[in-house]
Design a protein around this ligand. Sequence first.
Ligand code: KG4
Ligand code: ZN
Length: 326
Amino acid sequence: MITLGIETTCDETGASIVEDGKKILSNVIASSSDIHEKYGGVFPELACRRHIEVIEEVILEAIEKAQITKEQIDLIAVASQPGLIGALLIGMNAAKGLSISLRKPLIGVNHVEAHLYASMMHLESIPTPSLGICLSGGHTFIVKILDVGSYEMLSTTVDDAIGEAFDKVASLLKLPYPGGPWVEKLALKGNPKAYSFKAGRVKKSPLDFSFSGLKTSVLYQLREKDIVPEDIAATFQEVAFKDVAKKAKRSLETFPCQAIFLGGGVTANQRLRKILEEEIQNTPLFFAPKELTLDNAAMIAGLGAKKYLGESMPLDSEAIPRIPIA
Ligand code: KG4
Ligand code: ZN
């Protein structure tokens, strides 16, 4: 079965062709981060305009790179939730148009669920129950995975998503947007114990995250004399990731699980992977391959193929800007 995946939830326009839900034949991504850089974050209208300009080209390139014809597509999967509403609509409308013209079924999938699925996509069977940890620019949460599509939310962030905190700290350090990879690079040259930053604790919800206080500590530290940006980046990153490791361990103590699946842009970070591998030794960790950690359409195609039960989604289905996965 050949699935075309389409992704337009934020500032990346993606199209991918995936065979039998696993084999990635092409994975094309056009990012508009260049136009958002001067605003220090995604400018929704400009993201939408770029999606409109490039979506046709991106889809055609995915088909060409996969060396198939459009008639060979069996299923169209589109990220229909959550995301910027205008951006979602562009992907949805492209997918609906193709579904009508090619007479192929359509399935809408949850982008955040797809981030987690990116770390399971290659497996023949998925160990359950397991823990899912999503660390992206828009979402930070831990879920118990009972099956693909069946989740129990264990924790979330009460303020910033972890990637958002990385982007804001990067902006304080005058690094380009998106800031995560730049903070990681700068941190390589810094002392991770230079300052006494702390991640937030959420009263009565020990598994929840809070990163706004940590971000404010960075802001205050930068007002002091003789600061070392490398040390700021390294300490911020270390504290944020040790907090993720602590909450992952706590979740495992409360809800014994067979594996941990991690997804989202922040999981591209090598230091995060190292810390989790050091701190969690008795439970297998599954990370998505690096090219599937950031926004991409292969994870949308993979999850769509996994969830498709033979019935096309109605053509009047709406895009949903905000929705949790459980
Ligand atoms: O999953 P993603 O591509 O988009 C959302 O769904 O939000 O995540 C993007 C986020 C950004 O905040 C970006 O700064 C962060 O992931 N990110 C990183 C790294 N690469 C991307 N954060 C830390 N270290 C990285 N290497
Ligand atoms: Zn994403």
